[in-house]
Design a protein around this ligand. Structure first.
Ligand SMILES: Cc1cc2nc3c(=O)[nH]c(=O)nc-3n(C[C@H](O)[C@H](O)[C@H](O)COP(=O)(O)OP(=O)(O)OC[C@H]3O[C@@H](n4cnc5c(N)ncnc54)[C@H](O)[C@@H]3O)c2cc1C
Length: 373
């Protein structure tokens, strides 16, 4: 690379992990360049319920979701295919806000803080032993001292770099819509159906987010979203009511496929991974965004310490990050995998809901296994 542009830190991906890493570093005086392949603002396939766990860090960054119109959420409910339902208070609580609004607000804060935000795809990242070389689609080649990989659950970069999890099956399909209608402000509901589960909760301006994840093998015989919803999703009477009574606000549903929850490396070829790039929790736990923002808090704090000379090398920085990430999230990912296995066995899940209706304190206990404090 002959005439590369230079940056101290390059962040690849402008979702919640990338934006909060970039914002924290820029506010602390670090020169940051962030590449995001899509234009802001944009909707994302996501349940849009965020745990309050992230509030202290967001507030530290000068971001108050409630000033933007986020809906406080304090209760959760679970229902089985048969419609059996249990409700409980969420131990920590959370809020509903669309990614359209939150990500766009964060990207504006990044620009105000001095982040150079470039709408472009990163095609290749390479560590030379001394520095990183980053190749972009339309903005040439760059060099950087550190690179944060915040490019989400599955990126062409993962394939390009041969990350092992790309070899594993990614058998899930996800669908999201916003609706208008009547739904309790303070509730996040999770409804089971054959081959998947669907979250329902409010975001800003009274909009209702309905977002579901389905095993592709359950969807495959239907091939068509409308038919799948009519014949499978709506068998749960709670979901039948939602789809019947709510008015769609999107012309057509947003969909993504090839969702996988395979374990990943936190540091790969010296790139520091944050958010879903480091590991993804099952959406039924409602805490992927919390983990994206939380992992950014851990990583950006460690990078600031590295820049003060507290770590002898990039490798030492990576090892500290890996250790803190595992300490914070490893058990949650395991709990998420266990709960997802239970959800996938509809009969057993119905029995579990029946037990929970008799011992309701168990539900907050299970929620606590996938959320922090
Ligand atoms: C169906 C479903 C429902 C969910 N519901 C919830 C929920 O209710 N609550 C919750 O907390 N979590 C939920 N999650 C999880 C949550 O959406 C993710 O954990 C969160 O979005 C992770 O943020 P991120 O920044 O790591 O990745 P992302 O938000 O995916 O951001 C990655 C960014 O990188 C960009 N990018 C990728 N490749 C490149 C490249 N080569 N160059 C430049 N840019 C690139 C992408 O365009 C993207 O904007 C859900 C997930 C799914 C699938």
């Amino acid at each position: 690379m002959s005439s590369s542009s230079k940056a101290s830190v390059i962040v690849v991906g402008g979702g919640l992990a990338g934006l909060t890493n970039a914002l924290h570093l820029a506010q602390s005086g670090v020169e940051v360049v962030l590449f995001e392949k899509d234009a802001f603002p944009r909707h994302k396939v996501c349940g849009e319920y965020i745990s309050n766990e992230v509030l202290p860090f967001l507030q530290h960054l000068g971001v108050n979701p409630f000033e933007l119109g986020a809906t406080p959420i304090s209760r959760c409910s679970l229902s089985s295919i048969k419609g059996r339902e249990v409700q409980a208070t969420l131990p920590l609580g959370g809020f509903g806000i669309s990614r359209f609004l939150l990500d766009n607000h964060l990207q504006q804060k990044c620009v105000e803080a001095g982040v150079q935000l470039i709408e472009d795809s990163v095609l290749h990242i390479q560590f030379s032993g001394k520095e990183f070389q980053v190749r972009t689609k339309s903005h040439g080649d760059w060099t950087a001292e550190l690179v944060i990989g915040a490019y989400g659950k599955r990126s062409r970069l993962d394939k390009e770099h041969g990350r092992e999890f790309m070899e594993e099956k990614a058998p899930y399909l996800a669908v999201k819509r916003h609706f208008a209608g009547e739904f309790p402000e303070d509730l996040v509901a999770l409804h089971n159906f054959k081959g998947g589960y669907c979250g329902v909760s409010k975001v800003e301006e009274g909009r209702i987010n309905v977002c579901y994840l389905a095993d592709y093998s359950a969807f495959k015989p239907y091939r068509d979203i409308d038919r799948f919803e009519r014949e499978v999703v709506r068998r749960n009477p709670h979901l039948a009511r939602c789809f019947q009574e709510f008015e769609p606000l999107f012309e057509s549903p947003m969909t993504i496929s090839q969702v996988s929850f395979a374990p990943k490396e936190r540091v790969y070829q010296q790139v520091l991974m944050s958010g879903d790039s480091a590991g993804m929790i099952h959406p039924l736990c409602g805490n992927g965004m919390g983990m994206a923002i939380g992992s950014a808090e851990i990583l950006s704090n460690l990078i600031l310490r590295y820049r003060k000379g507290e770590f002898s090398s990039r490798t030492a920085l990576g090892a500290a990050y890996d250790q803190q990430w595992r300490q914070q999230y490893r058990k949650r990912l395991l709990a998420g995998r266990m709960f997802s296995a239970l959800f996938s066995r509809n009969q057993l899940f119905d029995q579990a809901v029946s037990v929970l209706t008799h011992v309701p304190v168990l539900l907050p206990f299970f929620v606590r296994q996938t959320h922090g404090s």
